[in-house]
Ligand binder design. Sequence first.
Ligand code: UD1
Length: 428
Amino acid sequence: MESIVVRGGRPLNGTLRVQGSKNSALPILAACVLTDGVCVLNNCPVLTDVGAAVKILRCLGCRVTRAGHTLTVDARDVSCDCIPFALMREMRSSIVFLGAMLSRLGRAKLCAPGGCEIGARPIDLHLAALRTLGVQVTDCDGALDFRVTKRLRGAVIRLPFPSVGATENVMLAAVFADGQTTVLNAAREPEIEDLARFLNACGCRVHLCAGGTVVINGVRRAHGAEHTVIPDRIAALGTMAATAACGGDVTLTDVVPAHFQSVHRVFLRAGCRLDVKADTLRIRSDGRLRAVGTICTLPYPGFPTDAQAAVMAMLCTAKGTSRMTETIFERRFNHVPQLQRMGAHIKIKGNAAVISGVTRLHGAAVCAGDLRAGGALVAAALAAEGVSTITGVHHIDRGYEDPEGQLRMLGADIERSGGSGNETAESE
Ligand code: UD1
């Protein structure tokens, strides 16, 4: 079985370029479908989730090639209106292809998406919003059939919760709608802004207003464009958490620290030193952390749920008691029993975790149950005394590009065993 083996207890030192954002690349790849041209996307990370998106693009009729971190998507011949069950099940983000397919083809057939096991992940908000724009939805034993008769019509949509995926889907569906669409209580994540920048580069008219309002004015067509995906704030935070826990001095480059400003103060409270510039961030830690009080995950600009697991791993050895409350997903403590195997003292009460810092974690055989849990286990293993073996590596490969290679550059003793790595994430 494939595993990542870590001999922990070494400080991390050096400079690391942060990968492109997975959560930005995926909806932008979906957005290529609504163009009738060729799109060039720079800074696309090599990940199995990106590989799954490429498979969907090809299935819909796009020609996709990769050169390094640049993906070229030729969407001139998009014709297929169906995403097979197996591809939908590979990742949750497959659902954002829906909005783009409806814009381009006026119809789509698919089923509910798969993704990480972190609680129920319904698509009711997506469906309600699309219905408001005039999409007809038929559910035949889980096979969903979407149709647009004539054109979609602009509307005012208030999301009951600022869902990232639902906001992206409405943006993609509304770009060719008649008139104006206004999305209220929309998600405000940096990835939404990146998608809007790409759509506007393609000739669409998407305007992000303060306070979570998105205004989309319908246009007749979208052309191809070149775009550079933003840096991955969650990958950056994972490296920061590992550095904080291990001790060391790491400079992250090609990053936008403003995208995770809400988390800076957590590292400062824990006793780390941060030097923040426009596109670099240096973190220094002596490895002796302090507890940080209470953290609550929230929609952007709040503390990101995707960073909860890695920051919890770092707090396991912080002196004192920290609390983390998860408000976005109902089952996002997959990493807790695994951290406990490494000696962590964590108690779960409902959606809250109480972390009592211990002096040191010890190496153990642990299993990643979802993507961000995997990132957290790697961070914990790097800080732990002794050898850890992490299985469930396929989850990690969904979102972290070459994690062993990256961390080895910082002095970590980490290797993959029993597999070929994720370099072949996309078969091109
Ligand atoms: C995106 C991110 C994911 C991140 C999450 C929250 C991508 C590819 N993934 O996921 O990494 O953790 O945002 O920041 O960008 N919900 C409903 N009904 C819906 C839609 C969502 O009840 O129709 C609920 C979900 O079950 C969840 C919450 O809303 O509890 C947040 O979901 P959402 O913001 O939609 O997350 P994703 O877009 O799936």
